[in-house]
Each structure stands twice: as C-alpha cells, then as structure tokens.
Design a protein around this ligand. Sequence first.
Ligand code: ATP
Ligand code: MG
Length: 422
Amino acid sequence: MRLVERADEFALLEEILSGTGDMSSRVIAVTGPVASGKSELLNFAVDQAEAAGFTVLRAIGLRRQRRTPMAVLEQLLLGGEQPRERSESVAKQLDAAKFSALLKDPDSEQEEHVKAHTIRSLTTAMVSPTKERPVLIAVDDMHYADIPSLQCLRHAMEELRTKPAAVVLAWRTGLRLTRPLFGAGLLRQPGLIRMPLTTLSGQAVAELLREYLDEATARRIARDVHRISGGNPLLVRALVHDLLPGSEQCGRRLRTPHAPAVGHAFRQAVLSCLHRVEPSVLAVARGLAVLDGAAAEDTLARVLELSPEAVALSLRELEAIGLVDGGTFRCPAARDAVLADLPPDDRTALILGAVDLLRQPGTEAPVVARHIIAADAVVDAQSPEAQWEAAPPPPLRDCRTSPASNWPTASVEADRTAATSG
Ligand SMILES: Nc1ncnc2c1ncn2[C@@H]1O[C@H](COP(=O)(O)OP(=O)(O)OP(=O)(O)O)[C@@H](O)[C@H]1O
Ligand SMILES: [Mg+2]
C-alpha cells in the first residue's frame, strides 16, 4: 500500500539524505500518536540514506529494555557489519558503560549514568565513520530508549553538528513527556527539524481507497471509512482488509463494495493501538467502553480512580489516535472490541465501581443500570437500579417527586428507550 499525505516529509528527507546538499548535521524528530506512520517515515529515511551511500546506524527502543543500560547504543554500534577489532573495542566500552549505569537509578535523567571518558570513546565510535561516508543514526520508538544510551547519544549529536551526518528519531507522543531532559536538549539542536504526524484527512483516505476501488466507490465510501477510523492509517488499512480480503496482498482493484465492513482486522487494529499506549489511556478506553461514553469525565475519573487531568489527557490521546470523538468511540465495533478484550474480573470491578457511584446523589443512574443489565451483572433484585429497570416507566411528574429517586429526570425517558431498544 502506498503512503499518502506524507509528500512534504518524504521530499524533505530525500533532500537531506540525497548526500548532495548541505552536509552539516540535521536532527529530524518524527513524532505522532500510535500508528500514525512514524516507523514508515523512519524506514523511508533509512532506505534513502542507504541508497545515497550513508553508513546507517539504527536501533529501536523496546518497552522491555527501557531500563536496560545501553540497550539502544549497543544496537547502534554493534548492529551492522564491522571489523572484528572495532566491535571488540566498542563492546568493551559498552560493558564499562553498563557497569557504571547499573549503579544509577535507571529512571533518573538527572544522574550521569556513564563516565565521561566512556562517553567520549563511544561518541568517537559513532562519529568516526563520517571520515569516510556520511552517517545516518536512526532510532525508532525513542520513548522506550534507556537513559544511559540517550546520554551518550546526546553527546554524539553535539559532536556530529559539523559533520556530514543526519539523526532521525521517532517517538510516540502521549500523556507524559518521556525523557523530558533529552527532549529539552533536542530543542537546542540548531539543525532540528520537527515532523509531527497526525491522522489522515478524508482526502487522503479517499486516495488510499482509490488503489483498490474505482473512483466513484472510493469517494462514496471514503467518508464512512474516515468517520470510523478517524484517519488513523492502521485502522484505515484494517478496514481495507475487512472490506476486500486479500486485496492488500495481491495489490489489485477488487470488486465493488457498497459500504465499509467492520470486521476482525479492524478490531485487532483497535486493540493493537490500545495495547501500545500508556496503561492509563487503555484504562480510560475500557472505562469509556463499559460506561458507553455516556459518562462525564469526572464520573470516569471516579470509577477508574484516576485524576480528572489524567482522564482528560487520556481522552485527548484517544481522540488523537482516531478512536474517540466527543467522548465516545467513533465506532461501536471499536467499543465491542475493547469490551471483549477486558478481563471479566476487571469488567465486573468497573461495573461495580459505577454502581457505587450510582448510589451517590447526582450520578447518571439510568445509564449505569443499562450497563448492569447488559453485562448480566449480579445485582440485588431490590437494588434501586434493578427496580428501575423492572418498573414500568413512571410519568415524568411522578419521577420528579419520587423521594427515592436521585436521578436526573430529563434524561430518564431517553435512556430507558435506548436501553430497551439497544
Ligand atoms: N501515510 C500513510 N499512508 C498509508 N498507510 C500508512 C501511512 N502511514 C502509516 N501507514 C500504515 O499504518 C500502519 C502503522 O504505521 P507505522 O507502523 O509506521 O506507525 P507508527 O506511528 O510507527 O506506530 P507505533 O506508534 O505503533 O510505532 C502501517 O501499516 C503503515 O503501513
Ligand atoms: Mg512504530
């Protein structure tokens, strides 16, 4: 599948990595929410650099290695093919660095993890190839990079400033600024180029669909595909897969569908996005799924025992990913996928948390009651929520005057209708 709506980024990378332009160093920061295409851009940069004869040093931050000292630098320096003596001497320096870093707090950016002379040696190993050829340093998923590696990389970037080199770093934007000191240092780089990625526009989604569908069908379906996916490239690709199974593999235009089909690939893609973000964002997605988006932010915060700020930021992130809009899932299938993925105990705990809130004044009882019934949760038949569900709808006037009721009356009818019809 072709990459759409990234022409400016590709052109800039091509220009920087053609090997012909200004050869003072450039640092390119590719950022964006989950599945926005960061790795694709980084891979493009690597391909360009290789084609232009650069020496490429590349690494990827791994979640399980974010506290493993020198994990990223080891990949950069020992990843490719190199003369044996060189790799032996680098391996020794890496061992020395690991040893000193092990004595430090792996989460502290304030501490110096690696001794100055070791940093200098490792920097030399990164900078010296520029004597022969330009160098590209490419690191994906920087948000998982270990701090000792980042401290060495920062030093190397200073040394590379006047050399024929480029550094491409990709990291996921999210709730917290991971490694804020490193991020602040980047801003001081004179050659910094920022490439923030967002979800795709409706036009770009239509352009993508045109690869598989005739013009008229692509245009007709694009709006729905964009609405469902929020323009998240991974979700769009998954929808293509569900719509036209096999088309991605054979790369041909296939038959003409009438509407997007949301299936297994889409649900998998939703979960793959959510399992890559911070735990609190996943928690908010789950809370939203259980409460069906009808809950206000402060209700979510109380049920999930998160701060209102964390909930607000998580919702913003879910919107940036393209899963949520206006406080609800863009597509019921996304919500279903999240519910199906929720361990039963966690689901019960969330529902019971909501029930607790129900018993406090001013909360949205009908909404919660609907979910208790839908979830088949075990509730006391005498509980207010069960009685509410069982009872015939009282006239609104009665409802308002009922001493037992704390429920906001205006939404009762609407919620009951929704509960029984859905
Ligand atoms: N501009 C685009 N046009 C079409 N498809 C795209 C585009 N950008 C990304 N994709 C597709 O979306 C999927 C996710 O892309 P990619 O892995 O590069 O995202 P990412 O930002 O690196 O994700 P993560 O945050 O999980 O690391 C891939 O299948 C990729 O091919
Ligand atoms: Mg990636």
